[in-house]
Write a protein that binds this ligand. Structure first.
Ligand SMILES: [Zn+2]
Ligand SMILES: [Zn+2]
Length: 361
């Protein structure tokens, strides 16, 4: 780390070590690269934990469009600040910090001014993105040993927080927290969560803590006991949706595969909302026929992607205050391919988190 700190102080580019895929069919291998020099409002973090998100797999395999290679994925990052730029005010060396899906935005547009940086026209994603604020250099994510990021795109993490659990909150947490807030979920609201994987579980935990009555839709009953233990009222299997009697204020779809969206829209009460956060691969992308929306009448459909930085900090504080964390399994970076395999074949029980310190690069 001393080498990185010296580079940061001297204004040089920061060298980094990570794991990358060379193309969409490649396995992960160690990869050395550089990050831009520490700007006056940037922090340099030593990465301690990096979560593996399903979208990492889609990106690494170019399932959402051609990726930028070599690609170092990872947008669920927790670590320790080891150097700060001269005008940084939020962090000092030794603080813990978290970084999610974005590392920069224009800061000037309506979206940015409202702290909806995720809707800026120039959002810079943490990896697989050309950084127009740094000469168009590609961004590299958290499967690596350091990160340079604007302090505005890092959240503060208290010293006693479990960093391995904080990391996945920065994508899975905010992705589900944000629509629950946008749809004003509160005590007595009826919320359905479609898909009960990593994202679905987080949506359930937040909705319950916000006082909602929560129901789960899943492919089978395998996780029914897990759901009931959390406090879910019932788990319905997706082959019997037409038999569901409940009518919902909000249904959040975290489903990452093919499905029929209108099956869920029909389960909404008057004025109810169907929010999509899960992103299936392009070739099986669900479609909605607009005539079916007309006949569904006064039901809203919207999408949501992560959340703004102010809300991300709020989500983290809320999660820590209420002990809401994803279930995680710690691995080393050498096991990323294995983790991807388990995630794509549905064999992963928990969210994989890479222990960067224990990994060899
Ligand atoms: Zn993610
Ligand atoms: Zn902007």
């Amino acid at each position: 780390m001393q080498e990185y700190i010296s580079q940061a102080i001297s204004g040089a580019k920061i060298t980094a070590k990570g794991y990358a895929v060379a193309d969409k069919n490649a396995k992960f291998t160690p990869y050395k690269f550089t990050r831009h020099a520490l700007g006056e409002r940037d922090i340099l973090m030593e990465i301690l934990f990096a979560g593996i998100c399903h979208s990492d797999i889609h990106n690494a395999r170019s399932e959402w469009g051609e990726g930028i290679y070599p690609m170092v994925p990872g947008h669920e990052i927790a670590g320790r600040v080891i150097a700060v730029g001269s005008k940084v005010s939020k962090f000092k060396v030794g603080d813990y910090a978290g970084v999610g899906c974005m590392v920069n935005s224009c800061g000037e547009c309506e979206a940015c001014k409202a702290s909806n940086e995720q809707f800026c026209q120039n959002t810079i994603y943490t990896y697989n993105c050309k950084d127009c604020f740094h000469g168009g250099e590609p961004t590299y994510g958290g499967y690596s040993d350091n990160l340079v990021v604007s302090e505005d795109f890092a959240v503060t993490v208290p010293q006693n927080a479990p960093l391995d659990k904080v990391a996945p909150l920065l994508c899975a947490g905010i992705t589900t927290y944000s629509p629950l807030k946008f749809s004003k979920v509160s005590a007595g609201k009826k919320v359905g969560v479609a898909g009960f994987g990593g994202l679905g579980v987080m949506a359930v935990k937040y909705a319950l803590k916000m006082g909602a009555e929560v129901f789960v839709f899943a492919r089978n009953k395998n996780k029914e006991q897990d759901a009931l233990k959390l406090g879910v009222k019932a788990l319905y299997t997706t082959d019997k949706l037409s038999e569901v009697k409940e009518r919902f204020d909000l249904i959040i779809s975290t489903i990452p595969t093919a499905y029929e969206p209108m099956d869920y829209v029909r389960l909404l009460g008057y004025g109810g909302e169907f929010c999509v956060v899960g992103l299936p691969p392009a070739e099986v992308m669900p479609q909605i026929a607009i005539n079916s929306l007309v006949f569904a009448g006064h039901r809203r459909v919207y999408g949501s992607i992560i959340g703004g930085m102010k809300e991300t900090q709020e989500m983290l504080d809320f999660s820590l205050a209420h002990g809401i964390y994803p279930e995680t399994e710690i691995i080393t970076a050498g096991k990323i391919d294995e983790a991807y395999e388990k995630l794509t074949t549905g064999k992963a029980k928990f969210r994989y988190v890479i222990d960067i310190k224990k990994s060899k690069f």
